[in-house]
Structures are given as C-alpha cells and as structure tokens.
Design a protein around this ligand. Structure first.
Ligand SMILES: Nc1ncnc2c1ncn2[C@@H]1O[C@H](COP(=O)(O)OP(=O)(O)OP(=O)(O)O)[C@@H](O)[C@H]1O
Length: 284
C-alpha cells in the first residue's frame, strides 16, 4: 500500500540535467587539443588556460512523496552540484528540474544581505521563503534561538565569521518546514554544541518532510536512514535503487578502491553501470 502511494505522488523530476563549469587550469594537458597553441601563448604571458569540468552528465530520475534518497559517490562525483541544481540555487547548463514545491537546501537557500543585521536577514530570509509578516514575527524568537549567535544578531551580517553566517542560514531554512528537504552533510554548521542542536532540528524536519535528499560520504548513513540511493561517479549515474542494496554495492566498490584493487573496482563499476542501463531500458 505504502509502495503504491509513493508511486502516485511525484515530487521532483530531474530531466537530463547537465552541468559544465569552465575553470582555469595550470595543466595544458587538460585543455582541448585545438586550443593548446593559444593556451601555450597565454601561459607565456601569465594567463592560465581554461578547461571544462563536466560535473553532471545528463542525469534523469523522478522522486516520489515519502522517499528519502541518499546520494553517494566519491569526492568530486557531482553530488553537491546536483543538490544545488535541485534546490534551484544555480541553473543547470542544460536539462530541467520540476518540483511540486520549493526544495530547500538546508543552510544554503536564503539569499542574505551583508549590510543588514542578523535579525533583518532572518526577516528577509523568511519572507523570501514565502512566509507572511505575522508568521515571520511569530517565528523570529525560535529562529534567533536556534542560530544561537547572541548579541551579534543586532550587528550587520558582513561582520560575522563564516560559521556564524552558516548558523544563521541554517536556522532560517529550518524554520520553513520544507516539504522537499535537501541536506548536504558536507555543509558542516559549526561547533559541537550547535551540531548537536542542529541534529535534533534535522530529525524533526526529516519526520515532517515529504521528500528528502541526503548527500553523504558515508554509505552506512545512507543505508540506515534512506529508502533509496543514487550512486554518482564522475557526474554519471551508476546505480539507482533500494538504499541498502545500492549502498552495499557502492561500499564494496569503495572498499576495493581503498584496498588498491583497481581491477576489481573497475569490474564492479562496469557491472553496476550495465545493470542500471538494463533497468533503464526495461522502464523506457
Ligand atoms: N564552481 C565550480 N567551478 C568549477 N568546477 C567546479 C565548481 N563546482 C564544482 N566543480 C567541479 O565539479 C565536480 C563535482 O563537484 P561536486 O562538489 O559536485 O562533487 P561532490 O561529489 O559533491 O564532491 P565532495 O564529495 O568532494 O564534496 C568536481 O570536479 C569539482 O571540482
């Protein structure tokens, strides 16, 4: 029954999303062959050539109400980029994300202003998330309390340390109770006391959110807390399925990489990729 409900309500559709960044490089071998002469001349004059990074390479999937989706993959595999695209904080190079309500990336969405005080930014952040002025007024003390930055709340945000600013953003997003919640574990939010308090808030949000995405380096966390998992590798989807089965596949691959057994790891990656392609074909 729960399975059928999940299938009925699509909350997020990611449709052939590609993200390409241009970045400066000091290595000529990373520059496309046809541009190498120009790059060499530029380098002689102290100008670094540019290279293209394909962070996400045509990723598509749909997520439903009630699903908790873990996104796993090694460093640089595109997890955080994909999450930012789903949150709408940056546009994809091509492709599209459709969602039934605003997905909130915990601690990142609120566009804050440095010259405004912390308090002013809470007000602005909550209004920009669609709350009414009376709702903002009612929530203000709780958000201020969660941010836990004391008298600094009256000072311009531009004077905050990066940890204080992160706490403010986190507290604003947490007050919103988003229906589609995105959590990137890499975005640590400060000292141990705050981590403890924020963990409790995350638990509460997890209980009330309809759909959750969690980016984690720890496959065990994904296995324990998610219903579904996606394995990204170099911007490409390698597997998408039940959390336990998919996380185990990824862990076994990562274990072989750590054990310096690249041939075994390559075979596991190829097998997972082939199985995913076959599943996609059946679905199509
Ligand atoms: N703004 C940017 N400009 C250039 N390259 C970028 C930018 N942001 C990300 N990248 C590159 O895109 C690729 C994917 O990065 P991303 O941060 O999404 O990976 P990740 O899987 O979240 O990594 P990690 O586990 O280390 O956090 C990497 O090669 C990264 O260097």
């Amino acid at each position: 029954m729960a399975e059928r409900d999940v299938r009925l309500h699509r909350t997020v559709e990611v449709d052939n999303v590609k993200v390409t960044y241009s970045s400066r490089t000091t290595s000529l071998s990373q520059v496309a062959k046809r541009h190498r002469i120009r790059a060499r001349i530029g380098r002689t004059f102290g100008i670094s050539p540019t290279t293209q990074v394909h962070a996400v390479k045509g990723v598509s999937f749909a997520v439903h109400e009630g699903e908790q989706v873990g996104i796993m993959g090694q460093n640089g595999s595109g997890k955080s980029t994909l999450l930012r695209i789903i949150a709408g904080v940056e546009p994809p190079t091509s492709g599209e994300v459709r969602s039934t309500s605003t997905p909130v990336l915990l601690g990142v969405n609120a566009a804050l202003i440095n010259s405004l005080s912390g308090e002013g930014n809470i007000r602005l952040g909550l209004l920009s998330l669609g709350m009414s002025p009376p709702q903002v007024q009612a929530l203000m003390p709780a958000v201020a309390d969660l941010a836990g930055i004391g008298p600094a709340l009256k000072r311009p945000m531009g004077t905050y340390s990066s940890g204080m600013a992160a706490r403010l953003r986190f507290a604003i997003a947490a007050a919103y109770n988003p229906h589609i919640l995105l959590i990137d574990e890499a975005l640590g939010t400060g000292d141990a006391a705050f981590a403890n308090r924020s963990q409790k808030v995350i638990e509460r949000l997890r209980e009330s959110a309809g759909t959750i995405f969690l980016v984690s380096h720890a496959a065990k966390t994904v296995e324990d807390t998610c219903t579904r998992a996606i394995w990204l590798h170099n911007g490409e989807m390698i597997a998408d399925g039940p959390a336990r089965e998919t996380a185990r596949k990824y862990r076994w691959w990562a274990h072989n990489i750590a054990q310096d057994k690249p041939e075994v790891a390559d075979k596991l990656l190829a097998d997972a990729r082939a199985q995913f392609a076959a599943e996609q074909e059946i679905e199509a």
